[in-house]
Design a protein around this ligand. Structure first.
Ligand SMILES: *Cc1c(COP(=O)(O)O)cnc(C)c1O
Length: 414
């Protein structure tokens, strides 16, 4: 059979051949996407398309097509195929880390990471994160113990970790929030003193360096997300970074149901494998990731410049250039700003700009967590206050400078 090019449906339409069912589906999808993007109906009157907190980066489609053809030729779709191996190798070099194990997403990667270290009991973590961080613990039968964050970095505060350690504690699960490195030295020191494992949720930290090395080299394991909304995306995807080839081998088995060979299974694995489609796409994305990061850098600089004179708006301190990837642009709405965070959020939405309140509510406020003793708000004052004040402004590589100016204007006009 011939390999079907991407434009098959349209080509057929042009030749006035009988309509394929897929064409009707495509037309319906086109209408749905158009309305999702606000380009039809009442929204069409409004020349401005809505602006969201992020827009996934995509490389030129032509560069992906030859890789798709290859998949059609080989029929290797998954289970550690050639694109999977090649992406692991390229990411190892690109990130400057010893071992990379690819996953279908970061949530399964987190669950496998916890399993790979054979953890039990309690794990100290931050309430100020995306809910998947703690979900991975509960899903694994572990008890999250929430500890407050540092007001400057919004990362887990090492000074408070030690007080939360009990005889049941087996690990620490910090997050490099917004891609800003945790205090990795202090955390390593505490972990060594109490013989705890450290797993970094590094979902925001692609390409982030710390003192000249990838921040992913810290801790026992680091988990990356390649979700559509992240700095480097494979549509869906993730990875575990580790130091030791034997650990990578264990992780590779656990992500493939625990299979060691055809007839033996080393433990309770799951299916966490990245497909060849996603891996091939990742190889094309990787060609553009530096360019994408420098696009983000310009947006970051424009926001900082425009917002610096506005009373009551605090940007997180600019990290040293090499220690950041500009994954997010969070601002904190301080008490001396004229209106509340939510009033500003609504004002921006009224003009078609959709920032996000990352991370509000706190994980510790969700029903699955709020009955834990460590979830009590009075124990997490800085996290609670940050969640009430934060707003993440739109940032993505090709965000129009005019939109950045408009965001600043709206913030200045309240
Ligand atoms: C995005 C994200 C995840 C989950 O990543 P998926 O790849 O979507 O499973 C986990 N933790 C944090 C901090 C995230 O931002």
């Amino acid at each position: 059979m011939q390999i079907a090019p991407l434009e098959t449906a349209r080509a057929v339409e042009d030749a006035r051949l009988p309509e394929l069912p897929v064409q009707a589906t495509l037309r319906r999808l086109e209408r749905e996407f158009a309305s999702l993007l606000g380009a039809t109906g009442a929204e069409a009157e409004n020349a401005d398309e809505p602006v969201f907190v992020t827009r996934p980066f995509l490389p030129p489609l032509e560069e992906f097509e030859p890789l798709l053809r290859r998949i059609w030729q080989t029929r290797i779709l998954t289970n550690g195929g050639p694109f999977h191996r090649e992406l692991e190798a390229q990411l190892t070099t690109h990130l400057g880390v010893p071992q990379v194990a690819l996953f279908n997403n970061a949530t399964t990667a987190l669950i496998v990471a916890l399993r790979a270290l054979d953890l039990s009991g309690e794990v100290i973590t931050t309430p100020y994160s995306f809910v998947a961080t703690s979900h991975a613990l509960l899903w694994s039968g572990l008890t999250p113990v929430f500890v407050d964050i540092n007001p400057v970095t919004l990362n887990l505060d090492p000074a408070r970790i030690e007080a939360a350690i009990t005889p049941r504690t087996t690990a620490i699960l910090p997050v490099h929030c917004y891609g800003r490195p945790c205090d990795v030295e202090a955390i390593a020191e505490i972990a060594a003193r109490h013989r705890l494992k450290v797993i970094y949720d590094a979902a925001h930290a692609f390409g982030v360096r710390h003192r000249g090395r990838s921040v992913l080299n810290h801790g026992d394991l680091s988990v990356l997300s390649f979700h559509a909304t992240k700095v480097f995306n494979t549509f869906e995807g993730g990875a575990i970074v580790c130091a030791d080839p034997a650990m990578k081998d264990r992780i590779d088995k656990l992500k493939n149901f625990g299979f060691d060979d055809e007839t033996s299974v080393i433990g309770v694995g799951l299916n966490g494998k990245m497909s060849e489609l996603n891996a091939a796409f990742g190889l094309v994305q990787l060609r553009y990731v530096e360019e994408a990061m420098s696009g983000r850098r310009k947006v970051d600089a424009a926001y900082r410049k425009g917002l610096q004179t506005i009373t009551g708006i605090r940007c997180l301190d600019a990290a040293e250039e090499e220690t950041t990837n500009h994954a997010y642009f969070p601002i904190l709405i301080e008490p001396d700003y004229p209106v509340s965070r939510d009033a500003l959020y609504d004002a921006l939405k009224r003009v078609g700009i959709h920032p996000r309140r990352y991370f509000y509510p706190l994980i510790s406020d969700f029903p699955a967590y709020r009955t834990l003793p460590s979830a009590r708000r009075e124990r997490l004052p800085i996290a609670a206050e940050s969640a009430e004040r934060v707003l993440c402004l739109p940032i993505y590589p090709d965000l129009d400078p005019g939109i950045v100016a408009r965001v600043i204007e709206v913030i200045a006009a309240q």
